[in-house]
Design a protein around this ligand. Structure first.
Ligand code: AMP
Length: 173
């Protein structure tokens, strides 16, 4: 398993989707069967000791890692989605971005009460998205077993707002 190989495949796209953002493009990792498998295997190793009942993935790149991880750990997958996408009864949360605001939703019946949930996304930046997802899981009366990322932009200190939970990431910048 080579974390370095995964890291060197992540492509930097300057000024995407807007000026000043250095976008970490993970599609070259997904494209390569060895890197994709290694990424899932390493993420699974990081969270297996948290003994989750569910994997919860954040739209949309969190779905890619989350569903593969759920399959590997033999547990169910729950999506956190952008507003208006989930068809049944939902909880909704609004949260602030650097510029403007955003919303996320989860189905109210996603978990059994007290279920242990691991949240996964491709990348931790400021932590706002993960924090909003934590709140949604808690609204469903489930517990956060941990939060998992492929990539962490450490200089943005997203962990600070999530410090009450176990957090793991594979690749740090
Ligand atoms: P944040 O809420 O600031 O932690 O942002 C995390 C979310 O935005 C994740 O779903 C990421 O996929 C996406 N994101 C933020 N910054 C970047 C970046 N530099 N490259 C790729 N994705 C990013």
């Amino acid at each position: 398993m080579s974390i370095e190989n995964i890291k060197s495949s992540i492509r930097n796209i300057p000024d995407f989707p807007k000026k000043g953002i250095n976008f970490k493009d993970i599609t070259p990792v997904l494209q390569d069967s060895d890197l994709l498998k290694d990424s899932i295997d390493i993420l699974a190793e990081k969270c297996i000791s948290w003994k989750p009942d569910f994997l919860c993935g954040i739209e949309s790149r969190g779905f890619i890692f989350g569903s593969a991880l759920a399959y590997k750990l033999d547990i169910g997958f729950v999506p956190v989605r952008k507003p208006g996408k989930l068809p049944y009864d939902t909880y909704k949360i609004n949260y602030d971005l650097e510029y403007g605001s955003n919303s996320l939703e989860i189905h109210k019946d996603s978990f059994f009460s007290g279920a242990k949930v691991v949240i996964v996304d491709d990348l931790l930046a400021t932590g706002g998205t993960a924090k909003a997802s934590v709140e949604l899981v808690k609204m469903c009366k489930a517990e956060i077993a941990g939060i998992l990322f492929l990539v962490e932009l450490s200089f943005l200190e997203g962990r600070r707002g999530l410090s009450s939970y176990p957090i793991e990431s594979i690749i740090k910048y």
